[in-house]
Design a protein around this ligand. Structure first.
Ligand SMILES: [Zn+2]
Length: 279
């Protein structure tokens, strides 16, 4: 069985305008990106226990709001098996209620998947939705143009007196991540790594050098602390010079490499997922 690839997207960037908690409820006006990213990071961590690859199609530093087109392209190019986009909602304007909503794009099969994600997340967080549709059709770019099953989670409202204090907590983020991972493990399905593999080296080793059933050979997945491309490559013993990164870019379908943050972030995310093709 080929290793499953999960594309994960923490919506927006840190600086994206407007996306933040309502000041009257959260004086710090916490950014949506922060809430989304905290959950996406934890999902990625928890998935480390399973035999799968996680491809972050966003900028995990939050510096850049990667375009929706580029997020979708990255997932499609990697041949991801599922795409999960994590968001928090707005639209209650300081009222109460809200809760969880899962969006899907098209058919009844996707609706059933969306319902299973909703059930898994709400089963874990307890933050049930009280909107007319808790599982809803959404004409949203990342779920419309991805070529794999794709779901967008709106994990509570940033302008609800009920939801906001809950979604700001670490405990809620943890429960949400557990719900998402439980859903993915059952849905794809995912196999837990055996004990030896799980306790293995943080990077390299038998794990990540190639994916069974795939022809290309990949660099070992980078599993260290969140950083940028060059230090991540260096830490796994790969030449991180500009000239060599340009070669890696070419091998990974990036034409005209000039070392932009977006190009480097994309390659970094592939490296973390164990999907960066070797030169
Ligand atoms: Zn959002």
């Amino acid at each position: 069985m080929a290793k499953k690839i999960i594309a994960l997207d923490a919506g927006h960037g840190m600086g994206t305008l407007g996306k933040r908690c309502l000041r009257s409820i959260d004086p710090a006006q916490t950014r949506e990106w922060y809430l989304n990213d905290r959950i996406a990071d934890r999902v990625q961590e928890l998935l480390g226990a399973y035999d799968c690859s996680v491809l972050r199609v966003d900028d995990t530093t939050g510096d850049k709001d990667i375009s929706l087109g580029n997020r979708v392209r990255a997932a499609n190019n990697a041949g991801a098996d599922i795409y999960i986009s994590v968001h928090h909602n707005a639209g209650i304007n300081g009222g109460s209620g809200g809760g969880t909503v899962v969006y899907y794009y098209n058919d009844s099969e996707m609706r059933a998947k969306a319902q299973r994600l909703y059930d898994a997340v709400v089963g874990s967080t307890g933050l049930a939705g009280n909107r007319s549709s808790r599982v809803a059709v959404g004409n949203l770019y990342v779920i419309r143009y991805t070529r794999m099953p794709a779901l967008l989670l709106e994990n509570g409202f940033m302008d609800s007196t009920k939801d906001t204090p809950i979604i700001l907590t670490e405990a809620h983020a943890e429960k949400t991540a557990q719900g998402i991972v439980g859903f993915l493990a059952a849905e794809l399905p995912l196999r837990k790594k055996d004990a030896g593999q799980q306790a293995g080296k943080p990077s390299g080793g038998q794990n990540g050098s190639s994916l069974p059933g795939r022809k290309e050979v990949y660099y070992p997945a980078y599993a260290g602390k969140k950083t940028t491309l060059a230090p991540a490559l260096a830490s796994i013993g790969v030449n991180s010079s500009y000239a060599f990164r340009a070669k890696i870019a070419k091998a990974n379908g990036i034409s005209g490499y000039i070392g932009t943050a977006a190009q480097n972030t994309h390659m970094y995310n592939l490296l973390v997922a164990g999907l960066l093709k070797k030169v």
